[in-house]
Structure formats: C-alpha cells, structure tokens
Design a protein around this ligand. Structure first.
Ligand SMILES: Cc1cc2nc3c(=O)[nH]c(=O)nc-3n(C[C@H](O)[C@H](O)[C@H](O)COP(=O)(O)OP(=O)(O)OC[C@H]3O[C@@H](n4cnc5c(N)ncnc54)[C@H](O)[C@@H]3O)c2cc1C
Length: 335
C-alpha cells in the first residue's frame, strides 16, 4: 500500500510530493512527460506587485515565507540559491501610471519590497527608452527547471518515481490519489468539468543579457549565463499550437523600451498554464469519491503561490485542516 499517488511532476506535484514525503508518508509520483507542460518553460518570476496597478496579491507575505522554508533544504543540498533576489524595474508607461507609482510606493503595503523611483535619464544611460521613468522593487526568480531536475533525481533515488500515464485500475493499492496534471486536468474524468480556463503562453530566449530585469507588461529578465528571457503571451485557443510567429511578434513589439538590436532571438518556447475562470487555484477532495484529490489551477503565478498552497494541501490531506476559502474545490457547486 502507498499513502499517496501524485499524478504529474510539474511544480505542483513535485512540491506537494516532497512535503508529504517529509511528513513520513509513502508517496509515488507518476509522470507521463507530456508536451506543453507549463513548468518546463516557466520563467519563475516571483513578482510581489502584480499588474499595471502594482497590487500586492492575496497571501503574498505567506507565499514568500513558504517559498523560503520549502526551498532552503534543497538549496543546501545543491549549494546554491534556487530563488535569487532581483530588482525588478517597472518601466512606467504613462504620466498617470507614474503618479500611481509615486503614491503607492509610499504606502506600507509596498514597503517590504523596497520601492524606489528612477528618472528617465537613468534608463537613457542604459540605452533604454523610458520617458516616464521607472519604479524598482524587489522580486525573486525561482529556478524552476533546476529544482525539477533535482527533485526528479531525489525521487528516483528513493524509489518514489514512476514513468507513465495514470490508469485507475493500476492503482488499487494507492490510498489517496492527488491529480497535479496542469492543463491536462480538462480530460480528467473526476475533475475535468470544473471551471478551468487554460491559457497558452510563449517565451523567448534572447542572445543579449540586459543589465537589469524590467517589465512594462511584457518582461525581460537576465538568464545567466545565456542571455535574457522575455515574455509572455496569453491565449485561450489553439492551446497546443506550440510557439507562433504572432506570439513572438507580440513579445518583441511589447518590449518597446528595449532597442531592437538587443532583441535577437535564440530560442522560442511555449507551454500551457492551467488557469481557472476565477483566477484562483482549485484544490481539495472529490465531492463523492473521497480517494480522489485535486491540486491544480496555479495559472501564471505557480512559482509564487505553490509552496504556500502545497503546505495547506498537506495539512488538509494529513490533518483535515481547512483549505483557503478562495482555493477550496468545494466553492463550486457539483458540476
Ligand atoms: C510561458 C509561461 C511563462 C510562465 N512564467 C511564469 C513565471 O515567470 N512565474 C510564475 O510564477 N509562473 C509562471 N508560469 C506559470 C507556471 O509555469 C505554472 O503556474 C506552474 O508551472 C504550474 O505547474 P503544474 O505542475 O500545475 O503544471 P505543469 O507544469 O503543466 O505540470 C503538469 C505535469 O503533469 C504531467 N501529467 C499530466 N497529466 C498526466 C497524467 N494523466 N499522468 C501522468 N502525468 C501527467 C505532465 O506531463 C506535466 O509534467 C508560466 C507559464 C508559462 C506557460
């Protein structure tokens, strides 16, 4: 008998699996290596101020703390940081947005993120075009692929890994099954009807490294030692199209503060985010079949939120503690 079968080793399945193993549970992770996984292309940006209005999202401080606690032992094993801090320059796009930044950067909500303001001239000296200047705040960049490689190695060493796709008849000896299938959840017979809204996203690897990480809605961040990563796009149709010329053009044109000479594309990738209609994760136990569980719907912010929600999911699975109301599966009537 095993206590938990985790279906899917993206960021969601891997983080949850290690938390359960750490609690002494017998865990197997099953991974089918399907195309278009979000974690394989995620830039890993952990951004505490989202959108053009610089809002601090729900649970932000707890998410940062959960990341710190979860990744620290892996960083010690690897001898390097998995989520280095970076200063993110928000390139301001209008005088209204500059006013908003100046106002918000003085509020207590933003203080933990060290807000500073930069005049247009600072960017000019870097060869960037930012006529309204920029706001700077702290962010992090999680090395998602580095963590997943390490996680797989550890799970294989401990006989907790199986290659293959899920088939229910093969798992009578799994007490609980947790589906962490990313956007493939829409084909899941127990949970596929929930209000998911998967979105394809594209990302560019650029030859040149900018001296700063910057965003004006589109973002460009250093990807040492190779160059930079730039993204991203969002579309709800043709999910499995792979990278498209439209996606590439959208990213390059969006980065209008960077001279085109610095935007030479080395590689172009895409993946599918498992978004939801109300933009919150969907996690919990099936309403009838109490063996089946879901841990999914992390949209465009899995690198920020996953360790937080995985801890809450672990506490639910092991001790029946309540799940956060915004994420609990039970918020939906039976589909
Ligand atoms: C272009 C792009 C850029 C992004 N950038 C960021 C970013 O900067 N910051 C951030 O926080 N987030 C970012 N994200 C979002 C982030 O990638 C996701 O929130 C997170 O990776 C979701 O992980 P997941 O494990 O739920 O899904 P996935 O990564 O899709 O993993 C699902 C896994 O399950 C496996 N699987 C599926 N079905 C089965 C089955 N039946 N049997 C066995 N295995 C199965 C798949 O092979 C896959 O490995 C980005 C996403 C995209 C697409």
């Amino acid at each position: 008998m095993i206590d938990f079968l985790i279906v899917g080793h993206g960021l969601a399945g891997s983080v949850l699996a290690h938390l359960l193993l750490h609690s002494g549970k017998r865990v197997v992770v099953l991974e089918a290596t399907l195309p278009h996984s979000a974690s394989k292309v995620a830039a890993g940006l952990v951004n505490p101020l989202i959108g053009p209005k610089f809002n601090v999202p729900l649970h932000m401080e707890e998410c940062l703390m959960a990341n710190e606690r979860f990744f620290r032992p892996f960083e010690e094993e690897l001898g390097r940081s998995l989520q280095p801090e970076l200063s993110l320059h928000r390139i301001l796009t209008s005088s209204e947005q500059r006013e908003l930044w100046l106002k918000k950067s003085k509020t207590p909500d933003l203080l933990p993120y060290g807000p500073k303001t930069r005049p247009p001239g600072d960017y000019k000296s870097l060869g960037l075009d930012a006529p309204f200047g920029g706001g700077i705040h702290l962010a992090r960049q999680l090395d998602v692929s580095g963590f997943l490689r390490h996680s797989e190695e550890k799970l294989r060493q401990n006989d907790c890994w199986l290659d293959g796709a899920f088939a229910e008849e093969e798992w009578p000896h799994a007490e609980k099954i947790v589906f962490c299938e990313g956007f493939r959840v829409t084909s899941n017979p127990w949970f596929g009807d929930l209000p998911f809204a998967p979105a394809q996203g594209e990302i560019l690897c650029l030859h040149t490294a900018l001296p700063i990480a910057a965003s004006n809605g589109k973002w460009i961040i250093p990807d040492d030692p190779k160059g930079s990563l730039a993204g991203s796009t969002w579309k709800h149709e043709s999910l499995e199209s792979g990278p498209t010329n439209e996606g590439k053009d959208e990213i390059l044109q969006g980065l209008n503060f960077v001279p085109s000479g610095l935007l030479e594309v080395a590689d172009h990738l895409s993946g599918v985010r498992s978004g939801t209609r109300d933009r919150n994760p969907i996690i919990g136990r099936h309403w009838e079949n109490h063996r089946m569980h879901l841990f999914n719907g992390f949209g465009s912010r899995g690198a920020t939120t996953l360790a937080f929600y995985a801890r809450r999911m672990r506490d639910f699975l092991l001790n029946n503690r309540p799940l956060p109301l915004e994420a609990v599966l039970g918020r939906f009537a039976r589909p």
